[in-house]
Design a protein around this ligand. Structure first.
Ligand SMILES: *[C@@H]1O[C@H](CO)[C@@H](O)[C@H](O)[C@H]1NC(C)=O
Ligand SMILES: *[C@@H]1O[C@H](CO)[C@@H](O)[C@H](O)[C@H]1NC(C)=O
Ligand SMILES: *[C@@H]1O[C@H](CO)[C@@H](O)[C@H](O)[C@H]1NC(C)=O
Ligand SMILES: *[C@@H]1O[C@H](CO)[C@@H](O)[C@H](O)[C@H]1NC(C)=O
Ligand SMILES: *[C@@H]1O[C@H](CO)[C@@H](O)[C@H](O)[C@H]1NC(C)=O
Ligand SMILES: [Ca+2]
Length: 332
């Protein structure tokens, strides 16, 4: 709008100077009286013409300007209406989502539990016909001595029933944490998180679970995955790799878990400090899924990123990772 106003003023100034100049110039040569008066009259007409022209022009410009302003205001209003509609749709969506989740939780909590149909994980939920991916609360189990636990279930990938134990996708949560935090878990279950070694250990206490790391279009799958307990430093056991991302967890097989304040690795170096995460560090990594999230620049000089050497080598930090587990015998 400012742009149009300035243009108008400039044009008016030019018009005025242009209208004055010929008058002065033409008056300079010494004219006869009659000639003079004729010329003056004609000049006056010209000036009057020009003035009316300028007036007409500025009127036209004003109308144009007003039209533009009106159009902008119309667009503005349409924009606002659209935005309001989007906001409304969004809030409706999240409301529905919330209601579905609350219903899921309520059904879950009111479901009578016997030892034969206890809910251990997302796979048990799946077999009880919970088929929507999202957050669920696993009830506490007095028999197993487990407290209740919020988990995220992937009920879609490869038949569903996956309990997600780790996710990296937003990058605001630091994974450079101590033993206690890795033990109990941290982050938010819908965003970036580590479920907690104690929970993962309990989940994998029923024999034979599969781990699946998936990111972008690549994945790695192990048909056996289990953790030892805390006394045994949450040592990792995996077997039978398949997938297209490379077997970059094999190097970490039979290896204790290490964090910034517990060096259990097989190295003179302090791998957790070098790689800035908690992981089953060997000496040190062939993968570092709890490393530093590098948002800008996929390649980094330090090898402390979220790496999976079998796919992108040591200098590429992955942008999305999820680790999920489910029982080996699970039938979707
Ligand atoms: C003034 O304008 C009118 C109409 O635009 C035109 O017919 C006339 O010749 C003009 N007179 C002069 C002196 O330019
Ligand atoms: C690996 O796969 C083979 C063949 O399917 C199977 O016999 C074996 O038990 C698996 N190993 C583990 C540790 O699950
Ligand atoms: C792994 O942990 C166990 C028990 O915590 C310990 O006995 C063993 O020495 C550790 N191994 C390494 C390589 O640190
Ligand atoms: C991990 O080590 C065990 C032996 O402790 C072995 O049976 C298994 O095949 C190894 N896993 C992989 C993926 O190499
Ligand atoms: C990663 O970066 C380091 C340091 O710049 C370099 O020495 C190494 O060759 C790189 N590795 C790969 C696989 O590109
Ligand atoms: Ca060490």
């Amino acid at each position: 709008m400012k742009f149009y106003l300035i243009l108008e003023v400039t044009l008016l100034l030019i018009a005025v100077t242009w209208a004055q100049n010929p008058k002065k110039k033409l008056l300079l040569p010494k004219p006869s009286k009659a000639q003079c008066c004729d010329e003056v009259r004609s000049l006056k007409v010209q000036v009057a013409n020009l003035t009316s022209l300028v007036e007409e022009l500025s009127r036209k410009q004003e109308t144009d300007l007003m039209n533009v302003v009106r159009q902008i205001m119309d667009l503005d209003q349409q924009n606002r209406q659209q935005e309001a509609r989007v906001t409304e749709a969004e809030s409706k969506y999240s409301e529905i989502n919330n209601r579905v989740e609350i219903m899921q939780l309520q059904t879950l909590q009111s479901a009578p539990q016997t030892s034969s149909d206890a809910i251990y994980d997302c796979a048990s939920l799946y077999t009880k016909n919970y088929r929507i991916s999202g957050e669920y609360k696993l009830p506490k189990d007095d028999f197993l001595g487990t407290p209740d636990l919020n988990v995220y279930c992937d009920m879609e990938t490869k038949g569903g029933g996956w309990t997600v134990i780790q996710r990296r996708k937003i990058g605001l949560t630091s994974f450079n944490r101590d033993w206690k935090q890795y033990k109990h878990g941290f982050g938010s279950i819908r965003g970036d998180f580590w479920l907690g070694n104690e929970h993962i250990y309990r989940l994998t206490r029923q024999p034979m679970l599969i781990i699946k790391n998936s990111w972008e279009s690549r994945f790695a799958e192990y048909s056996f995955f289990t953790l030892a307990n805390e006394l045994n430093s949450y040592k990792l056991f995996i077997a039978n790799y398949s997938g297209n991302a490379g077997n970059s967890l094999r190097y970490h097989n039979n290896t204790n878990f290490s964090t910034m304040n517990k060096d259990n690795d097989k190295c003179v170096d302090d791998c957790a400090a070098l790689r800035k995460g908690g992981y089953w560090y060997n000496c040190c990594t062939d993968s570092n899924l709890n490393g530093v999230f590098y948002r800008h620049g996929e390649h980094t000089r330090s090898s402390d990123g979220i790496t999976w050497y079998g796919w992108h080598g040591s200098n590429y930090s992955l942008k999305k990772v999820e680790i999920k587990i489910r029982p080996v015998g699970f039938q979707p």
